[in-house]
Design a protein around this ligand. Sequence first.
Ligand code: CDP
Length: 271
Amino acid sequence: MSPEQKPDSLMTAEGLRFDGRRPDEMRPIQMEVGVLKTADGSASIRQGKTYILAAVYGPRELHPRHLTLNDRAYLRVVYRMATFSVPDRKRPAPSRREREISMVIANALQPALFLEEFPKAVVDVFIQVIQADGGTRCAAINAASLALADAGIPMKSLVPSVAVGKAEGTLIVDLGDEEDKYGQGDVPMAILPNTNELTLLQQDGSFTREELVEAIEMGVNACRYLHELQKDALKRAYSKRATEEDDDEEDEEYDDDLETDLGEADIMEDE
Ligand code: CDP
């Protein structure tokens, strides 16, 4: 975003955010599972204007071999932003920020996975940010954990993730780009919903101890909501697949009928 688009104020006199949201209100979210045919598992997420695709391949043979882990699979996460994902053309070469976010995402996902079931293999998670408008690491974790589930990687649970920030002294959930850039800080987090373990907790900006505790509470609540959306996206994908499989079976029956009909026609002609 160019500096001249900086909003006059991030909060209104009525206590709403400059885009009209309440402090604890998420952006509109859409998650889809199985969006790529070539990948073993895939998912997309639209969170406000942030739009991300995640693809999972594996478990499969690991190259280069020197990365091999004898007791578990190596979780290789590659987070990249498309050059057109932000108004200022993003340089195509992997940046330090992208490498760091890749590592942070791997660390957030790893505790949810039974990687010890696949020693020496690799599970590849490719994340492509198509459009960035704040909160890309958290949205990427939401999509990547769905793609891992879609690939059938054994998991303890999905991993929902969100950032809580601060604007003009008010704690706000799920920051957009302007809130991220011009706000007073943000705390991205991810949880394992079954055990309430935090698998990601970062902090940018300054928060009092009380604010931090409240921010985590707000984030955990938002993660519970995201977890419901994730489960719903998985269910929708599985029921769609089940319907498609039923349709395929019906088509096969129809093909059999056609063969029979043609066979009968041949006999008629012979006569
Ligand atoms: O995306 P996330 O909040 O996880 O990470 P960030 O490093 O705090 O980046 C915040 C936002 O800055 C991104 O979501 C993008 O909207 C924007 N950004 C950008 O405009 N150009 C970049 N090269 C990197 C980030």
